[in-house]
Design a protein around this ligand. Sequence first.
Ligand SMILES: [Zn+2]
Length: 395
Amino acid sequence: MKSRFNFFIPTRILFGPGKLADLGSTPFLPGKRALVVISSGGSMRKQGYLDRLVAALEKNGASSIVYDKILPNPISRHVEEGARVAMENRCDFVIGLGGGSSIDSAKSIAVMARNPGEYWDYVIGGSGKGRKPLGGALPIVAIPTTAGTGTESDLWTVITKTETQEKIGWGADCTFPVLSVVDPELMLSVPPELTAYQGMDAFFHAAEGYLARANQPASDRFALEAIGLITKHLPEAVKDGSNLEARTALAWASTEAGFVESLSCCISHHSLEHAISAFHPEVPHGAGLIMTSVAYFTYLAERSPARFADMAAAMGENTAAMKEGDRPFAFITALRRLIERVGMAGLGPETFGIRKDEAAAIVKNAMETMGGLFALTPVKFSAADAETIFENCFR
Ligand SMILES: [Zn+2]
């Protein structure tokens, strides 16, 4: 066990089926006038979630206005526009309602409502200027309707700058939500394919955070539990989306994996995926992770086998009965099986028209925009190694 580490998660979490209604009476609402950030797709209105949120806010004496332009891969232009709307309407807090894209946009809007200049001035990585947001951020409330990103319990916000094809995650103390409402009832209508993508995203947050050099005792506990819960319940939720018990377990696993992202960190698997979806915005984040995972983790397990056996055991593999040298690879076997059970065995880069000869450009982008995660990866690899991993993802 590591003996030196920091622990900081300043988010209050209301967790459980039906918790959205508690916003109507909670004493922890951080303001009186909310900017509610939702996607442009219309599902928050169609499902009635927006109406339920607005009603709960009104019951609690808060008014709201809605910014509804967020794209699946959210862009910096909408962050800046949303911040202007928040300022013009004198909003004193920001609520992200929806998937990771809406919540991350809410986080970034909250920063830009309190700081001058352009959004990319504050982004750390790539062409971002890495300025400190000295004005802090408006208080952020996260209400996820998917189980995957962990953004409800971490500081990270991932936004794309279209002009430069950069998709970069960064965060600061002020980008932790002050309040998150994790209500699995809001996740019952997520279709099977998205359930699988999002659940596997949470799985990789946990697995990467367990392997990362930044791991620590608390993140280890959360990571192994999340890995176990997802292995057991994700196939159930993919099969039957109305299974509230499975949805609840996955909602908690996603939140736990967010803790892992806060206390430890993702590794270069996520850098590679961000580069892939920066060039191919139509690739869902979870799909990009799944299609690169077996090649990526096999490469790591061959060179730095420590800790892989723990994850295999958390996935239910009987590692005690195996030869020591085989135990790390039990994780790869279990990962393949999980991908198959959630119906994603056929997924590869070619599914989205991605070509092998993009390897150099994708790896260059990954190292330039999210290079920090390479330093946290337990194995040091060169651009050529990363290109080999990318090429190995093709069948
Ligand atoms: Zn992710």
